[in-house]
Design a binder for this molecule. Structure first.
Ligand SMILES: NC(=O)c1ccc[n+]([C@@H]2O[C@H](COP(=O)([O-])OP(=O)(O)OC[C@H]3O[C@@H](n4cnc5c(N)ncnc54)[C@H](O)[C@@H]3O)[C@@H](O)[C@H]2O)c1
Length: 428
């Protein structure tokens, strides 16, 4: 049995930790570290922890030396490296949330520490475990579409997702959160590109993007500053906080209601009161906040073997969606993750034919999206694989070790640099 300590008892770390509830013979949670007393005590109650097993911070925990096999680090982006370094030194293997670093320097520092202390770090690239992507990866490895020529991916960040996380939410500014929107939202997609490229290095990156829609100049005519306090057009507005959060109280709830976590089961009235609080960004007009992260960004990558790839992040779409199209020398694969099915196509030279087409429907096979946790089924599969890695098993095809995750992050850092400095960035 693997023993682990939760560091940062937010909803992400608790999601992975919940694997211990499903498989108590495989994983046991033996501690929690979080400066937030409410969260620390809630996690302690959930996992039956004694006061001696509870710590105010990762740093305090690290100072105790090694008292478990591993750490589940679900702190926010800025804390990933500073909290992980002392824990590596103390002797822990770490399951670490993404983006695992804020920039190239931090990434190198983390990698050097993992090498120095000979510790394993696995990054929470949960999409590698979603059946949609893991089945595509298997087909690529088996040579189904031959040698890859081009990969196109896109993430459509829906209107409610962008508003809750990147306009009103905690990822709305790089100077406070530490990550750009591309890194916070799409480091998964950039990781998938490098994963499908099976170790071929990215060589050049160029990117365009910006914040052009969710800014004051585009606010609807006659709109107020606060949806529920002074807005005459709130009833018709697509970004009304009432419609996003009171009419859909469970959407993005860990983020939206974090400020009233101290209330056990808040009523709708208490939630409405919270959305009227002027200090709460969720009270404000979506076009009149201080958000600075982009609402669109396109990335073009060239790999060392000449393969080209693109990723498009677009915010404010009606439907949330991740799309992929991989073109190989023998065929192509394309699909929408959220549909949990993809199509495999091959050249067909028979007279009267042009191509053959097979649909792989993971819903029919009983592996429905989200059937095993969030992220298309990725979350708990990733936790299971972390436990398996620590048990000494051979890393799985999806296994996302730090070494293996660096190229995707380097593409993201380079894309942001390219966009900000208006130039092609060469990686070496
Ligand atoms: N893998 C994914 O698909 C995915 C999805 C969403 C979010 N994320 C990432 O997961 C991470 C966590 O997100 P969240 O919303 O759960 O965060 P959160 O803010 O809810 O939780 C972070 C917790 O860390 C605690 N903390 C702060 N400093 C600490 C310290 N020094 N020691 C111990 N604990 C400390 C905070 O008090 C807080 O409770 C973020 O980096 C986010 O980008 C990943």
């Amino acid at each position: 049995m693997v023993t682990a300590i939760i560091v940062g008892a937010g909803h992400r770390a608790l999601t992975y930790a919940s694997y211990a509830k499903l498989h108590p013979d495989k994983l046991k949670i033996v501690g929690v570290a979080d400066p937030n007393k409410i969260r620390r005590e809630a996690a302690a109650k959930e996992y039956g922890l004694t006061p001696e097993q509870c710590f105010d911070s990762a740093e305090e925990l690290a100072a105790k030396g090694k008292i478990a096999d591993a750490i589940i680090n679900g702190t926010m982006d800025r804390q990933h490296v500073p909290t992980t370094l002392p824990l590596l030194k103390a002797g822990y293997d770490v399951l670490l949330e993404k983006p695992f670093a804020l920039n190239e320097e931090e990434a190198k520092e983390l990698y050097a520490a993992a090498q120095k202390y000979n510790r394993k770090i696995m990054i929470c690239h949960v999409l590698r475990y979603a059946p949609f992507y893991s089945e595509i990866k298997k087909l690529i490895v088996e040579g189904e579409i031959g040698k890859i020529i081009n990969i196109q991916t896109a993430e459509h960040v829906s209107y409610h997702h962008v508003a809750s996380c990147f306009i009103r939410g905690k990822w709305h500014r790089k100077d406070t959160c530490g990550s750009s929107a591309l890194m916070a939202k799409c480091c998964h997609d950039l990781d998938l590109l490098t994963w499908f490229m099976s170790g071929v290095e990215p060589s050049k990156v160029v990117s365009f993007g910006g914040l052009h829609y969710f800014c004051r100049k585009n606010a609807p005519e006659n709109s107020g500053e606060y949806c529920l306090l002074d807005c005459p057009i709130e009833k018709e507005c697509l970004y009304s906080t009432r419609k996003h959060h009171l009419d859909h109280p469970t959407r993005w709830s860990p983020y939206v209601w974090a400020g009233i976590e101290h209330i056990d089961q808040p009523t709708l009235e208490q939630k409405e009161e919270f959305l009227k609080n002027k200090d709460n960004p969720y009270s404000k007009c979506a076009w009149k906040l201080d958000n600075t992260v982009v609402d669109r960004q396109s990335v073009l990558i060239e790999f060392a073997d000449g393969v080209t790839a693109t990723h498009n992040m677009v915010c404010g779409t009606s439907r949330p969606m991740r799309k992929i199209h991989i073109i190989g020398s023998l065929g192509e694969i394309h699909g929408i993750m959220d549909d949990s099915k993809f199509t495999v196509r091959h050249i067909d030279l028979r007279p009267g034919h042009e191509y053959t087409e097979t649909e792989i429907d993971l819903n029919i096979q009983g592996d429905t999206t989200g059937a095993f946790g969030g992220h298309g089924g990725g979350d708990l599969r990733l936790a299971a694989d972390f436990v398996s890695l620590l048990e000494g098993n051979h890393p799985s095809l999806s296994c996302t070790t730090l070494e293996d995750s660096i190229n995707g992050h380097l593409i993201g850092f380079s894309a942001d640099k390219s966009m900000e400095e208006n130039r092609i960035v060469e990686l070496n």
